[in-house]
Design a protein around this ligand. Sequence first.
Ligand code: B16
Ligand code: MG
Length: 218
Amino acid sequence: MAEIKACLFDLDGVIVDTAKYHFLAWGRLCKEFGYELSEEENENLKGISRAESLNILLRKAGKEASEAEKQEMMARKNGWYLDHVNAMKPDEILPGVKDFMEALRQKGIRIGLGSASKNALPIVEKIGVLPYLEVVIDGNKVTRGKPDPQTFSLGAEAIGVEPRHCVVFEDAVAGIDAALAGGFFAIGVGKPEILGHAHKVIPGFQDVKLSIFDDLET
Ligand code: B16
Ligand code: MG
């Protein structure tokens, strides 16, 4: 049985369902490009940085854009996204997350955030999760996005725990890839048919106990 000393949580889709707001905001931009963003395509944007997501959508639309045009598109998309975020209520934290973090804290298991989002800080503050987080690694701190392991490696380093003693919770394929590439245990939050390459997959944190770590083997 592996000894788990720390947990790194992704944000969007794991702690809070802001993924639906990203989907709405990207969808609005795609409409301007002349097509409807599907939920399936959106799956591939999860965990991917804003700039890389835009590149993927422009390619799909067969459109070219200058750096200045891309900046303008990203600013607009982020404005629409923030309209949703600003209207968020603290109860939008996903079920079971706080209880699970409380259980980790009581056991002395350290907690950090590993998100691609540049908006992570105001969101965790808004939903009351910030006090649980010893470390926040977000899109402003990384130079290489997921599936590169940098987000989680920086988190583990800042906490001072080796990846083999650390569990990453992720809802995105790119995030699970990042965790595995960095030598972490990866627990997928979502559907096994999408996240099947993780060490295990849970549908969410409701009723999840620390015994979830019991069968994690190195
Ligand atoms: P922002 P995570 C990711 O957050 C989202 O999954 C992804 O859809 C988004 O494009 C990315 O953050 C960047 O977000 O535009 O707010 O900087 O899942 O890594 O917490
Ligand atoms: Mg996510």
